[in-house]
Design a protein around this ligand. Structure first.
Ligand code: ZN
Length: 170
């Protein structure tokens, strides 16, 4: 009786370990996951919508890395900052950049424009931008873009490296 219990107790960790580390079971999991991955890929190109909500957080992330909109039609975009850190420490904005913009160069320039909330005045790369948002704030902007691929970033110092994505107008 005692021996049986010990065996059972022993068998469980071994099973878990082989499950996590065994190459074969990992491959099995992969191949069985493939069909669902394909399904996800097929449904991924979501219909372009011109009503967009994008969320920014304290982890220096946007919740969207790709936005698809209809070209030539007005887009309404709302940025929400769901973070709790102060605007001075973790402010966020949404800046849509003209195609071909050097994002790194722009980001480096933008961070020197604190007085204008990190938007370099008169910079032609900026198509449209929201206000710089503190915790629990939101801002809605409207704009119309031609067909093409655009990049968007948060221009708060240091954020553009992780807070950036693509807006595709089709
Ligand atoms: Zn930010």
């Amino acid at each position: 009786m005692k021996k049986l219990m010990m065996l059972t107790a022993f068998a469980v960790p071994v099973f878990l370990a082989s499950c996590g580390g065994n190459q074969k079971s990992a491959e099995t999991a992969d191949s069985s996951a493939t069909p669902s991955t394909e399904t996800t890929t097929e449904t991924a190109p979501e219909a372009a919508t011109n009503k967009v909500e994008i969320v920014a957080n304290d982890q220096m992330k946007f919740d969207l890395s790709e936005i698809r909109v209809k070209a030539g039609e007005e887009v309404t975009l709302t940025l929400r900052n769901v973070g709790t850190m102060s605007k001075e420490a973790m402010g966020h904005n949404f800046v849509l950049l003209a195609p071909g913009t050097d994002v790194t160069a722009f980001g480096n320039e933008a961070m020197t424009h604190k007085a204008t909330e990190y938007i370099p005045a008169g910079n032609k790369a900026v198509i449209v931008h929201t206000k710089l948002l503190g915790p629990s704030e939101s801002d809605t902007i409207t704009f119309t873009v031609e067909k093409g691929e655009y990049e968007f970033i948060c221009s708060f110092p240091g954020h553009y490296a992780s807070m950036r994505g693509k807006l595709i107008a089709e």
